[in-house]
Design a protein around this ligand. Structure first.
Ligand code: PLP
Length: 375
C-alpha cells in the first residue's frame, strides 16, 4: 500500500510500549517469566471491574476456554448473534456444541433479547452476546433470561474495551467476559486476548484447562486431564501493560475520532452511524456507516469507491448463517426468519478508517469522499 493510502486500523505505540517490551526481552524469564503478565492482568481486571483476568494468546482461546470451563459440549445449544466475526461462534464447534443463530437489533447491531428468548430450548446452555464495534448488548435483559433458564452468559467484548452500560464496563456483564488485543483493536499486543470473570470456580477451571490440565502449582508434569496450551508471552504482556497504563488517553482518542466523523457525516440523509443509546458509552472501535438501500450501493461497491481514492475500509461482518460452514446446518438456522434485520448491515455496512493515525485532516479527507459517494 503506498504511503498516501489511509489504512483502516492502526495502533498507538509510544516509547512506553517499546521500553516495557525491551525490558521483558531482557528480564522476563524463568522465575520472572510472569512479571508482566501478572501486572497486565491485575490492571486489566481493575479497569474492567472484575476480580480476575487471565492473559491468553488470543480472544478465540478465551471463548473456547470459557465454554470448556463451563462444561458445554455435544448435545448442548449455544445462542449466538447471526452477524459477528466468526471467532465469536467457531469455539462452539470446538467443544462439539451447536450454535443457534439469532437476529440483531437495528440500532446497536447486537443480539435482540426478544429473539434470544424465543430461541431458548431445554438444550440451551449458554448465550454468547457480542458487543459489536464498541456497541453494548442489552445485558440486563439477557441476565434476566439467563437467571430464569439457568444459562451461562458469555460477553464477547473483543471490540468494546472501554465501552460502558449503565456505568459498568463492557466485559463485566457476563459470567465471563473476553477481549482481543489483535493489532486492529483498541488495545493491542500484536495478537492476544484476555478472559475476565469474578467466578472463582470458572477461574480455577480456566487456569487448569489452559495449561494442559495440570493441577494448580504442579511442577512435576503430573497432568490429570487433557487440556489446551493457551498462554500469552511476557513480551506481549509488556506491550499490553503499557497500553493499559495509557487506557484513558486511548479511549478518549477513539471517542474523538468518532465525534469528528459524526460532526461531518450526521447530516447526510440516509446514512446511519454507530449508535450510543441512553445509558451507553461507546468506545467506537470502528466508525461504521450503514447507508439506506435507496442508494443502490452494497458494501463492496462503497469499499471500491473509497479504495480508488486511497482510503482503506472494511466490510461489515457477514451473516454467519449465510456462509458455507453454517449455511446447511438446519439446527443452527431454525430460528432465523426469511428476512432479518441483520441483512441491511451485512449487505451495506462499511467500517471507515478508525485507527489512532486518524488525524482531523485524514478524517476530513475520508468524509469528503463519503459525502461525494452519498451526495
Ligand atoms: C467480536 C470478536 N470476537 C472475537 C474475536 C477474536 O479475537 P482474536 O482474533 O484475538 O482471537 C474478534 C477479533 O477479531 C472479534 O472481533
Amino acid at each position: 500500500m503506498s504511503s498516501d493510502v489511509i489504512p483502516v486500523a492502526g495502533p498507538s505505540i509510544t516509547d512506553l510500549e517499546v521500553a516495557y517490551a525491551a525490558d521483558a526481552a531482557r528480564n522476563a524469564w524463568f522465575e520472572n517469566h510472569a512479571m508482566y503478565n501478572t501486572r497486565f492482568e491485575t490492571l486489566f481486571a481493575e479497569t474492567v471491574g472484575v476480580k480476575h483476568a487471565v492473559s491468553l494468546p488470543h480472544c478465540t482461546a478465551a471463548i473456547h476456554l470459557a465454554l470448556a470451563a463451563r462444561g458445554i459440549g455435544p448435545g448442548d445449544e449455544v445462542i449466538v448473534p447471526d452477524v459477528t466475526w466468526i471467532a465469536s461462534v467457531a469455539p462452539v464447534d470446538y467443544v462439539g456444541a451447536t450454535p443457534v443463530f439469532v437476529d440483531i437489533l437495528e440500532d446497536t447491531w447486537c443480539l435482540d433479547p426478544a429473539q434470544v428468548e424465543a430461541a431458548i430450548t431445554e438444550k440451551t446452555k449458554a448465550i454468547i452476546g457480542v458487543d459489536l464495534y464498541g456497541s453494548v448488548v442489552d445485558w440486563p435483559a439477557l441476565r434476566a433470561l439467563a437467571d430464569r433458564h439457568g444459562l451461562f452468559l458469555l460477553e464477547d467484548s473483543a471490540e468494546a474495551l472501554g465501552s460502558r452500560l449503565n456505568g459498568r464496563p463492557a466485559g463485566s456483564h457476563g459470567d465471563v467476559g473476553v477481549f482481543s488485543f489483535h493489532g486492529s483493536k483498541t488495545v493491542v499486543t500484536g495478537e492476544g486476548g484476555m478472559l475476565v470473570t469474578s467466578d472463582a470456580d470458572i477461574l480455577a477451571r480456566v487456569l487448569k484447562l489452559r495449561d494442559h490440565g495440570r493441577p494448580p502449582g504442579d511442577r512435576f508434569f503430573l497432568n490429570d486431564e487433557v487440556g489446551f496450551k493457551y498462554k500469552m508471552s511476557a513480551l506481549q504482556a509488556a506491550v499490553g501493560l503499557a497500553q493499559m497504563e495509557r487506557f484513558d488517553t486511548l479511549i478518549a482518542e477513539k471517542r474523538r475520532i468518532f465525534r469528528q466523523y459524526a460532526d461531518r457525516l450526521s447530516d447526510v440523509a440516509g446514512l446511519r452511524l454507530n449508535a450510543e443509546p441512553a445509558g451507553v458509552t461507546n468506545s467506537y472501535w470502528m466508525v461504521t456507516i450503514v447507508p439506506d438501500a435507496a442508494f443502490g450501493l452494497d458494501k463492496f461497491a462503497i469499499m471500491a469507491a473509497l479504495k480508488e481514492k486511497g482510503i482503506d475500509s472494511r466490510p461489515f461482518f457477514s451473516r454467519l448463517s449465510t456462509l458455507p460452514p453454517y449455511a446447511k446446518r438446519r439446527d443452527s438456522l431454525r430460528h432465523l426468519p426469511a428476512e432479518t434485520v441483520g441483512d441491511a448491515m451485512a449487505a451495506r455496512g462499511v467500517n471507515l478508517p478508525s485507527g489512532y493515525h486518524m488525524s482531523e485532516d485524514r478524517i476530513d479527507r475520508v468524509c469528503a469522499e463519503v459525502r461525494r459517494i452519498f451526495a
